[in-house]
Design a protein around this ligand. Structure first.
Ligand SMILES: [Zn+2]
Length: 72
């Protein structure tokens, strides 16, 4: 019956030895590399004007706008 205890000890020791392998996973890393000029963007964004979720946006003075709200 001592085998069961050994397994548990092994499992807990294994967990403690791993001290977070992935530490650099922060949000907003993409936003720091923001171009000065209004640029086209791909991804999952929310339009600042209408609040709709869009996959294509244009950067617009500190925010993003969807193609429908973009002033041409
Ligand atoms: Zn919009």
């Amino acid at each position: 019956m001592s085998e069961d205890r050994t397994l548990e000890e092994f499992a807990s020791t294994d967990e403690t030895s791993t001290t977070g392998p992935t530490d650099e996973n922060e949000d907003g890393t993409v936003e720091s590399v923001e171009p000065a000029t209004p640029a086209y963007g791909w991804g999952s964004y929310t339009c600042d004007e209408c609040g709709e979720t869009t996959e294509r946006v244009w950067w617009h003075s500190g925010g993003v706008v969807c193609p429908a709200c973009k002033e041409w």
